[in-house]
Design a protein around this ligand. Structure first.
Ligand code: ACO
Ligand code: ZN
Length: 250
């Protein structure tokens, strides 16, 4: 009995109720041994999932004073796929998604924000889509066919400027066909679906999600810059809605 009293007194000194771990973000009760155990398990697993050792070849698509954004494509090496998957799993756990499988694995692009402590604190999964339906809540559909309906891109011209122009023309063509194809129901076609967006709890409200979407818009289609109307958010959470509303009005 004395021991139990002691535990309660110790806990009382720390304050009853919830403790928030400042590094993994988990809320737990420090006076409950089961909770303490659960926390240490979660803590280690999470930190190893988001730890980023660095690779010889990284596709850095944006650089900031507090980190960088790397892009991982389906054809990238196993170790890159594995990291992208580990981080997606962390995000999915928090979003309450059951499965880690991507709806269009061969077309999905994963963007990771790596901070200066070499931790992945942001993840965006973007994929080509079409939008259908007339309801205010857009229906989010993966679009496997759209690039197959247009002619293949011409062989790369010699200069970067010409390459950019060719990509721009291809994109205009895509947009045009897309509009023609679904003009009766959708005035503003989305080209890029954001199927997941997640920022590590302790790193929120530092503009990381904003910078990641800016980077998606400038890099998702080569040589082109997508407008916010050309992005669609799949099944947004309350946090996601607040963020998307703010982001798309800027
Ligand atoms: N409540 C109110 N406004 C918000 C919130 C919020 N929770 N999050 C962002 N905003 C608004 C603010 O106006 C903010 O500007 P401010 O910081 O100057 O006030 C602006 O959006 C920009 O916010 P960022 O700092 O760029 O966003 P952040 O890096 O914090 O990431 C995110 C936002 C991704 C929604 C993050 O809170 C998160 O990961 N939440 C949990 C996972 C989640 O719900 N993700 C969305 C799922 S929907 C989907 O995946 C398609
Ligand atoms: Zn922790």
């Amino acid at each position: 009995a004395g021991h139990a009293d002691q535990l309660i007194i110790d806990a009382g000194q720390k304050g009853f109720g919830a403790t928030t771990c400042s590094s993994c973000g988990m809320v737990y009760s420090a006076d409950n041994p089961e909770d303490v155990f659960q926390h240490s398990h979660f803590h280690l697993k999470l930190l190893s999932s988001i730890k980023f050792v660095g690779w010889k070849k990284e596709r850095v698509v944006a650089d900031f004073w507090d980190g960088k954004i790397i892009l991982i494509l389906p054809e990238d090496p196993k170790h890159a796929q594995k990291k992208a998957e580990d981080v997606r799993r962390v995000a999915d756990d928090e979003l309450g998604f059951q499965q880690v499988a991507l709806s269009r694995p061969s077309r999905s692009k994963t963007y990771l924000f790596v901070n200066t402590d070499r931790m992945v604190v942001g993840c965006v999964v973007a994929e080509p889509i079409r939008q259908v339906g007339v309801s205010t809540r857009p229906v989010f559909v993966s679009e496997p066919l759209i690039t197959q309906r247009v002619p293949p891109p011409p062989p790369p011209p010699p200069t970067l400027v010409q390459q950019a122009a060719a990509a721009e023309a291809l994109r205009d063509d895509l947009l045009e066909r897309h509009r023609a194809w679904c003009c009766s129901t959708v005035p503003e076609p989305a080209l890029c679906g954001i199927s997941r967006i997640w920022v590590f709890g302790p790193a929120r409200q530092q503009g990381i999600a904003t910078r990641m979407l800016d980077t998606v818009r400038s890099s998702f289609i080569f040589g082109s810059h997508l407008t916010t109307e050309e992005l669609a958010f799949s099944d947004p959470t309350p946090d996601g809605k607040l963020f998307a509303t703010q982001y798309c009005h800027t």
